[in-house]
Design a protein around this ligand. Sequence first.
Ligand code: NAD
Ligand code: AKB
Length: 313
Amino acid sequence: MTFEKILITGALGQIGSELDQYLSEIFGRDRIIISDIKEKNDPRYKKIDVTDFNSLNFLVEKYKVDTIYHLAAILSATGEKYPDLAYRVNVDGLHNVLEAARINKVSQVFIPSTIGVFGPETPRRNVPIETITRPTTLYGITKVFAEQLGNYYQRKFSLDVRGVRFPGLISYKSPPGGGTTDYAIEMIISAVRKQNYTCFLREDTVLPMMYMPDALEAILKLSEAPLEKLIHHTDFNLTSFSFSPKELAHEISNYYPEFSVIYKPDFRQEIADSWPESLDASAARREWGFAPKYNFKETVKDMIYHLQEIYGH
Ligand code: NAD
Ligand code: AKB
């Protein structure tokens, strides 16, 4: 049985905070336990460090959790600054979640992966699922491990583990958490706030991206897909569109003609250069009907519309 009691780890992050709202509307707030390492005043909130197995296991057992969305992680840029922390959270934390799930007979665990699993030897365009995954970041290395560990638990213990390789996610409700694709959100926010933007990537750096509403729908769609229809489990490529900082700045200038961007690439350029420009998401379409709704222009338009409500016109 799934979705009777749902646990979201990393629930105060960019995806988690929106996934909580999204699932609450569908299944009801009371079915969802939100947890993170930060502070939050909400009766459904449990402060849990995922590297602490005993606390996590106690929580899963006590609340008879049947579905886990494991979103607690350290992202690419923060991971390069604090590789030890990234290892502990992304590897030990994941292992703890899978062990707690196995021991307590959890029905399903969702573990998001990333385009960070790819590296300089991966083809640059239209990357298939099965390809060279030799990342140069610690983030990427932990995520290749995560995909493989998820598949191992699936095979060895029949634990239903599912996951997608998200591209950069664009959203306005919660700030991004230390990734390389964060520039896109920062740039749009700067424009709406009528500030110029200093971009930490080169203007011609093309990366795959997706708007958050499509990411949330994809998570639930994959969760609900019949297991017997899935050939892949933890490594579905997902993407909606690709663009460069220059193309984004140009699109934004349709709304804010005065907006300008200065390019000052920093250490994140090397990370972005190691990732592909576009992905082949056909397996996700075939196996569970992935069908994103927002294209590049619609995403920018919708972001600006909502950010204007937040920051004023
Ligand atoms: P985020 O950084 O916004 O959120 C992660 C959350 O995990 C934070 O709230 C943080 O406090 C929490 N956390 C960190 N260490 C923890 C610990 N030890 N115990 C408990 N909680 C801890 O990240 P996000 O963007 O929401 O990403 C969620 C997942 O999706 C990650 O696995 C990430 O790799 C993946 N992903 C995200 C994107 C994206 O663009 N946002 C793209 C690809 C994959
Ligand atoms: C990051 O840039 O680290 C994330 C990701 C693509 O995994 N947004």
